[in-house]
Design a protein around this ligand. Structure first.
Ligand code: GLU
Length: 484
């Protein structure tokens, strides 16, 4: 089997819940791999055990499955090549040690014995002097004997990258165009922590190399990390991958999206009844490009999202209203039975009786109100009338029906609803009588709808009576008299 040329990856850290930025990064890597017949890889960056919030990245993997972003290689799948796996960084320590030794031998890294307190003092001093806070390379100046003495005394240390400050390098970035980093502006970054574990900067890059990643799509907040990682690629003498630093997602005020913004976390969106298709659809189209039809399935997104027309700005605005609109469109076009299954948990919370209602009854009910909702958590409110008869009074009717028509309309309804045995026949009679008496049909039906549901607009009358049943319809109509 020949190796696919393009390899993209999503590399989440299980230190928190998936948020929109992660989802967008995963989606873009996925779409690009699909478009180019490449491989999409998931790698769990769990080197920081102290901050590991989601052991085994179970939630992340569940989220990816829910979003229908299936991966070719990753947790739970056999490695496509012996050097690619494991897809958990916590199981790749031997590789990091080997690469550390390599860098040590070619003198690309050095030991730093500075304590946290010393580093913090230096940092504050630099800030006070209005200098960019950067490691001052104190430990690079240590003599071999000084280093040997500290090592013999078991002084804790970390490994730092020795950047060539005379050098600059240009990367290919699909979003920003050619981007040059002048190493003079960067700090000698740590590759390890004092407990011996490796840093994100190091492990992330070592793995991208080992897993032969060709394209790295990640948030713009990683742009400055890229400089250091490029230095690592150079130290390993490996050609650079193609980068695309995705614009940061900002709230409507232009500030970086945070936990405080609704819809930042994928959980919020799922719990409010956003569909995975709608979330991916929205995130795929907000980066730019013009689309004939904005509502697209995953297959259509793969065909339509062109990576050369994506925004090069450093942020894009997250507009919940647009996402709600896309969700609304998705709900309207969703396969009927599947929509019922997704809606059930939202309905059961409010109306436990739904658990005993079969799909044959529930699906038509949902179908009649689905175009009135934007998210599934609005569904219980729309369907409430079915379970609880509304309390409608004459005053409510007077508010929507002009006085000159009201008495006639009520009389006509009474004449036809009370003896109803067949819905179509009853409605035909009503229509004919309304015509004869020159009563507007629209008003007649608004009045009836208001009596039956509590709202003058919405569901078609025929469907409504069918759904409630003739008996319940009559009962509700008669309630009007008792409500006064
Ligand atoms: N673990 C990093 C993160 O979650 C990965 C960044 C990258 O894609 O390189 O931000």
């Amino acid at each position: 089997m020949s190796k696919p040329t393009i390899r993209t990856r999503f590399a989440p850290s299980p230190t928190g819940l998936m948020h929109l930025g992660n989802v967008r990064a995963a989606l873009m890597n996925y779409l690009f791999a699909q478009q180019t017949d490449g491989s999409f890889i998931v790698r769990i960056e769990d080197t920081d055990q102290t901050r590991n919030f989601d052991p085994g990245a179970k939630q992340i993997l569940t989220d990816l499955a829910w979003l229908q972003l299936s991966f070719d290689e990753g947790p739970g799948k056999p490695a496509a090549h012996k050097d690619y796996g494991s897809y958990f960084q916590s199981e790749r320590t031997a590789l990091y040690n080997e690469k550390l030794q390599f860098l040590q031998k070619n003198e690309s890294i050095y030991r730093c014995f500075c304590t946290q307190e010393e580093l913090e003092k230096k940092r504050l001093r630099q800030i006070a002097l209005k200098q960019p806070p950067r490691y001052d390379r104190a430990c690079l100046k240590l003599s071999p004997s000084e280093i040997a003495a500290k090592v013999a005394a078991q002084t804790p240390f970390i490994w730092r990258m020795k950047l060539n400050q005379q050098q600059s390098v240009t990367i290919t970035d699909l979003g920003h165009g050619p981007t040059t980093f002048d190493f003079n502006n960067f700090s000698d970054f740590p590759l390890t922590r004092q407990d011996g574990s490796v840093t994100f900067m190091f492990a992330n890059c070592v793995d991208d190399i080992a897993m032969e990643i060709t394209h790295i799509f990640r948030g713009n907040d990683h742009l400055s990390n890229t400089a250091g990682q490029v230095a690592l690629y150079m130290a390993f003498e490996i050609p650079l991958p193609v980068y695309w630093h995705l614009p940061m997602i900002c709230n409507i005020e232009g500030k970086k999206l945070s936990k405080r913004d609704f819809g930042f976390s994928l959980n919020d969106l799922r719990n409010s009844g956003f569909l995975p298709e709608a979330i991916c659809n929205y995130l795929a189209i907000i980066g730019g490009g013009s689309f004939i039809n904005e509502i697209m399935t995953q297959k259509e997104l793969i065909q339509s999202v062109h990576f050369d027309t994506i925004h090069s700005s450093s942020f894009i605005r997250y507009d919940v209203e647009k996402l709600r609109w896309i969700n609304h469109k998705w709900i309207a076009q969703y396969p009927h039975e599947e929509l019922t299954a997704l809606a059930r948990p939202f309905l059961e919370k409010q109306f436990p009786a739904i658990a005993n209602m079969d799909d044959a009854t529930l699906t038509p009910l949902i179908q009649t109100i689905k175009t009135d909702i934007h998210t599934l958590d609005e569904i219980d409110n729309e369907i409430a009338f079915y379970f609880t008869p509304p309390t409608v009074t004459h005053a409510d009717l007077e508010a929507i029906i002009p006085n000159e028509h009201l008495t006639k309309i009520l009389a006509l309804l009474k004449q036809n609803i009370e003896p109803m045995t067949d819905i179509t026949l009853c409605l035909n009679n009503l229509k004919a009588a309304a015509k004869e008496q020159q009563l507007p049909m629209k008003l007649l039906f608004s009045a009836l709808r208001l009596i039956l549901t509590g709202k003058p607009n919405g569901i078609g009358i025929q469907e409504l009576i069918q759904m409630l049943g003739i008996k319940e319809t009559k009962k509700r109509f008669n309630l009007l008299t008792s409500n006064g």
